[in-house]
Design a protein around this ligand. Sequence first.
Ligand code: ASP
Length: 353
Amino acid sequence: MDAGSGIGRRDLAGKLAPETAMNHLPTTLVALSLLTACHSGPPPAADAPTWAIAIHGGAGTLGKNRPAAEFAEYEAVLTRALRHGADLLDGGAEALDVCEAVVRILEDDPHFNAGYGAVFNAVGAHELDASIMDGATMRCGAVTGVRTVKNPVSLARLVMTKTPHVLLMGDGAEQFADSVGVERVPNSHFDTPSRKRALERALRAQEKNASIDLPQTKNDRYGTVGCVVRDRRGHLAAATSTGGMTAKRFGRVGDAPVIGAGNYADDTVAVSCTGTGEEFIRHSIAHSVSAHMKLAGQSLEQATHAVIFDVLQKDDGGLISVDKDGNLATPFNSEGMYRGTANSAGRFEVAIF
Ligand code: ASP
């Protein structure tokens, strides 16, 4: 894959205004904004869901040939997290609270690459990233490179509510965690034998071929977690948490804490992404979904399909999303993506492939 040049990938400007030169783009966007402002779209159906939720446990999977019992374990955790979120929403909980609560469940479960069970970086440690965003107010918070925070998503939320900032990193984020009483644990708290083996595989691959900078196989990268919600009031929120990529360089920052790349929510849509973070950053994937909807008048289905299948390339990953009307879309271009969706109309589904 030509990760450096992005050759062969289409950008948003190219898709929206193929016939115009870049210097005409502002005029085009103004015209599109006016068009979409006038076009309010069809009213939501009378039986539209009052709440909706999607969760993910990462793109890339164990591989289809693994024993069914292993998949059942993942499905059980996804079901538990989704059920908890659905129950909260049914009881009238707010989108942000649901996102945080659900992501905490997934962070505490060793099957996923977030919190306990996070991947190891190239120097054998865990550096965790997380973010959260409130679509109703556009407030957001994120942390990156934290090593001792048990639930990074909660620290991200406190960055949002208790500081004037959006993103805190490393030591500064941990010092802030102490000041707001967030639970810290030794870095070894996040260790699991399977992630250790994945690191060893990656380092062996790198020894054999020094030109590979990120030597994980696609099956070793699964597990980032996320949640998007539309609550009863119609408010949207998104949260994402990850250990990043196996054998990543010390200090590498992925897309999960980058608002607009791996996580985004506004009054139109909420999005949480998973996959090769560099690509999601390069193409501002999470925010692009909103741009496609607002500026090009696309449906959630069309917008998410465009960014996953036209902008990104095969095996880059996937996303979960919910729009203001409670529509859900969870496209991915990897072999699988651990995911679940539920709504007030009785939908409740968990899937991997
Ligand atoms: N997007 C994450 C990162 O690049 C990894 C993943 O979702 O698998 O840090």
